[in-house]
Write a new protein. Structure first.
Ligand code: SAH
Ligand code: F3S
Length: 481
């Protein structure tokens, strides 16, 4: 079930039925990371109050929004093609307006309007609350732009509209931005400084999701382990501010515990962890609570110390192994997944071999693997030459993917013969007689439907598997049901 380069370039149109009184149609398409999909739900919520009902029929849209990704050049090219298509549609539907949101909006700013003239509105990831004003401006015939990044916007006070939801799983964002400055990465420039959301508003959103019938949430952030809430406002209110701050601060493992306790039957996942910031406390908290899923997405990018240094990843290969050893000791059943980059500037065959040997050590359950793509403005672009030929990048990427495929198969096979809890998410893509769900490790399982229904927690005996899917039979409800 490894996913490769293309996961970020498949746009998804999302829609939800909204208030009957809404009379304008919003078509919103999202690209890239989970955070973008989550942000689109915030945008839909903000615009619902302005009279916009979402649709997934492009031809009836009054406003088309594209929530964009800048992480690799290919992702940007896909978005550009879509924007050209939307622009062409405007000839038949002159009242239709097109806006670009997300990382490309932030990266290219006014360029979309001045040089390219293919959109009416450009809105960066921290400016969505300004959408009502910006929409009014385009209604009045002007172009509209807001790409101001914020130090404190978390959208904690906006209840997202759940788009194209299965009614079972949902994202809850807990941090925005990133301060890590990996040299290849555009995110710190497009999404700004890292900030954490008030834990109370996170718990309220989780409680609300449970009340609405959701059974699993994923806490989202670029770097969840650096979540830190200081208890807002204490600095000016108390003389001994730093003491008070320490006493009331909430870090990620504490947040995880609060969420696990608030809804003991809700499954909890989180993404993404950064090796340099992940603490033993987080791993121990995962061990203490059954409802925290045993699955950690722990991108490493490279197995070579030399390359890790050039990437400004602030840990060594040995420190990473130490963390992996701790995870395996404390959480023997935990799945571990990776992100990997092939062909970073100056990468030698030996560096590449280090990546393969690191993968052999960890034996990841699945991964997201990419060829290095130089991004304008990043430190790598400014200081390092993109000197690995495309065919070498592709060959190395191919070797990484092939190895991951083998490990994925081995990992999936380890579940065969076990009885595991699966949360039913929907009908299997391959057979309408089968349900599809996931076990705690995030491995997909399919089994005959019988009388079970979407959202049930079911005990499934795993009888066989393909490379990434378990095939089983339900033997009853699990105790969580
Ligand atoms: N911490 C973030 C990472 C976002 S980017 C998170 O929430 O997952 C996702 C992945 O894209 C990175 O882990 C990295 O493997 C890949 N990536 C980022 N910049 C890249 C680039 N310039 N070229 C190729 N891959 C890149
Ligand atoms: Fe990018 Fe590194 Fe942050 S990959 S999102 S700068 S942790």
């Amino acid at each position: 079930m490894e996913k490769t380069i293309d996961e970020s370039v498949q746009g998804t149109a999302l829609s939800v039925e909204n208030k009957a009184s809404n009379d304008r149609k919003l078509y919103i398409e999202s690209y890239g990371c989970q955070m973008n999909f989550s942000d689109s739900e915030i945008v839909a919520s903000i615009l619902a109050k302005e009279g916009f009902n979402t649709t997934n029929v492009l031809a009836e849209a009054d406003l088309v929004l594209v929530n964009t990704c800048s992480i690799r050049e290919k992702a940007e090219m896909t978005v550009r093609k879509r924007l050209e298509k939307f622009n062409a549609l405007k000839k038949d539907r002159p009242q239709m307006k097109v806006g670009v949101l997300g990382c490309m909006a932030e990266r290219l700013k006014h360029k979309f309007l001045e040089e390219e003239q293919i959109v009416d509105m450009v809105v960066g990831p921290d400016a969505y609350k300004d959408l009502p004003n910006l929409v009014q401006e385009i209604d009045e015939g002007h172009n509209a732009v807001n790409v101001i990044l914020s130090k404190d916007e978390t959208y904690g006070d906006i209840a997202p509209v759940r788009l194209n939801s299965n009614g079972v799983t949902a994202f809850v964002s807990i941090t925005r931005g990133c301060d890590n400055m990996c040299t290849f990465c555009v995110v710190p420039f497009t999404r700004g400084r890292e900030r954490s959301r008030d834990p109370q508003s996170i718990i309220e959103e989780v409680n609300d999701l449970w009340d609405k019938g959701f059974k699993e949430i994923t806490l989202l952030g670029q770097n969840v382990d650096s979540y830190l809430w200081y208890g807002g406002g204490l600095k000016k209110d108390f003389r001994n501010a730093s003491e008070m701050q320490k006493a009331t601060a909430v870090n990620f493992s504490q947040l995880l515990e609060k969420v696990a306790l608030a809804q003991p039957r809700m499954r909890i996942r989180f993404s993404t962890s950064n090796p340099q910031d992940m603490t033993l406390d987080v791993i121990r908290t995962m061990a203490r609570y059954e409802n925290i899923c045993k699955s950690i997405h722990l991108p490493v990018q490279s197995g070579s110390n030399r390359i890790l240094k050039f990437m400004n990843r602030l840990h060594t290969r040995e420190e990473y192994f130490h963390l992996i050893d701790n995870i395996k000791a404390i959480l023997p059943d935990c799945a571990i997944s990776q992100d990997m980059i092939a062909g970073f500037p100056s990468e030698t065959e030996d560096d590449h071999k280090d990546t393969l040997s690191l993968m052999e050590y960890v034996k990841y359950d699945y991964g997201f693997m990419f060829a290095y793509s130089e991004r304008p403005g990043t430190l790598a672009e400014r200081k390092l030459e993109d000197d690995i030929p495309e065919e070498t990048k592709k060959r190395r990427l191919g070797e990484i993917i092939a190895l991951q495929r083998r490990h994925c198969q081995e990992r999936t096979e380890q579940h065969v013969g076990q009885i595991q809890e699966v949360l039913i998410e929907g009908t299997s893509k391959k057979s309408d007689q089968h349900w599809m769900g996931r076990n705690s490790q995030n491995t997909v399982a399919v089994f005959p439907k019988e009388n079970y229904k979407i959202g049930d927690f079911v005990k499934v005996r795993m009888n066989s598997c393909t490379s990434a899917t378990l095939i089983g039979e339900a033997i009853g409800y699990s105790k969580n049901n």
